[in-house]
Design a protein around this ligand. Sequence first.
Ligand code: AMP
Ligand code: MG
Length: 552
Amino acid sequence: MALTRLVARRGSSRPVRLDFSGIALDLTFTNRFTAELPADPETENRRRQVHNALFSRVAPATTSSPELVAFSQEMADELGIADLHDGEFLAVFSGNAVLADMDPYAMCYGGHQFGNWAGQLGDGRAMALGEVLTPQGGHQTLQLKGAGPTPYSRSADGMAVLRSSIREFLCSEAMHHLGVPTTRALSLVTTGDKVVRDMFYDGNAAPEPGAVVCRVAPSFVRFGSFELPASRGETETLKALADFTIRHDFSELDGANNPTSDTYAAWFSEVARRTAVMIIDWMRVGFVHGVMNTDNMSILGLTIDYGPYGWVDNFDPGWTPNTTDSQHRRYRFGNQAQMAYWNLAQLGNAIVPLVDDVEPLQAALDRFIEEYSTGHRTMMLNKLGLDPDRDLDDADELIQGLFSVLQSIETDFTIFFRRLADINAGSQAMSDDELVHAIADAHYEPSAATPEIKLEIATWIRRWLDELADDSRPDDERRAAMNATNPKYVIRNYLAQLAIDNSEAGDHTMVRDLLQVLRRPYDEQPEHEEWAQKRPDWARSRPGCSMLSCSS
Ligand code: AMP
Ligand code: MG
């Protein structure tokens, strides 16, 4: 069904200029979430606890002068949206207009935050517009983030600032192009309204430009979506959501249309498997989520809720970008698999009322550990250009040796693997100095390499060359394989911050240019060599470039 009609937004306080001229939004809405699941009967937009329901119907707030900053062409194509410059697009994706067949809602969920049960959280500043049937027959939910308060906004305003919206928009798309499971972003618009934030939590609140990102995913259901009804003993609601999720998003499971205890266990096992795959990818590209609370864990195993995330510049398993977590570093780079396991255990606990026996849930958790460690080894061997299928007894030792080398001196995680790939298999004859020099571009302070450090690095490279010697692939082929798994371009924290600085000054060129470069993260793009460089010294301790607050 073609939809070009716009309806006046409920609760709109300003007239909205609508453009009916185009056929831009030719979308078919299915809205299965709101059609099939229990709704909050109350429709007034006031903060409250919501029981026995999975969502509340809401309407986006009006914005004064929306402007399109950037959009993802691939996402628009997948959704079948033809013209993003049309006024209609801007009205809808800023929240100023709601299409007739949309059914906007905020989800009700809870979560464990930093290890503690936090009770009801919910979509406090996100609202789904509805679910779209794509031209390829897939289902995608469109969700606005920063489009105003909902019943779940608690003491906050439901808005988002431009800096955090740029970070979410760019990183979602960058992750997609890196091949990491993620929610997507369709558009980024500024609202023309100011949003007040105390960025450093130091009493200096200031107005910042407001923005709205349209996020896209087949489902925005989180681990915390199951935890909340379970914590309240609302087993019917819990079962309704589990059955809905299995029926639509895990339809390949036996009994998906009429789940039994075995179906729930198999589903949990699949969620655990997907979560392991996602974390392995994070470790591959050097991504630190920063806030792995259970409300930020997608039931589909997608990276979700880009807040104070960061990319490791120099390899450091102890690093976290999130200032709120700086004391305990619960969500540090090297702890992400453990935290995923902990979160899965909370999900497992939540679904206990649905199974006859907890043993299969425990077995799935055990399998997560196995799958993660096997998958992580395979991923690391791929990064090193070694065949993960061959018998490599001491692969773990090689990998541990690598981690030690990467920490012996500040080493850029991204650049290291690109330089390593350039070394030819028959390089044993090179001197230690020459071997170290071959990767020294990755060192933040090459002069800090003492003779002991150089010896450790060269010894490890020789060990790696020994392994390569067993590989029958020609160098070019092996190099291409390595470069297809080791990105050249990632959204380094300082790059995102530079784009933010420019955008806040009114120039969105860098956001758009970065998006273009990050669409091909594994390719050499000589014209953008400067964005593949290691973090400059000025960015080492600048807020936004090394540490981020949750304020967004
Ligand atoms: P996060 O850590 O960003 O995933 O957010 C945790 C919870 O706080 C979620 O329920 C969010 O919806 C809510 N939240 C965060 N920021 C805001 C805001 N500006 N207004 C309303 N709710 C918010
Ligand atoms: Mg969240």
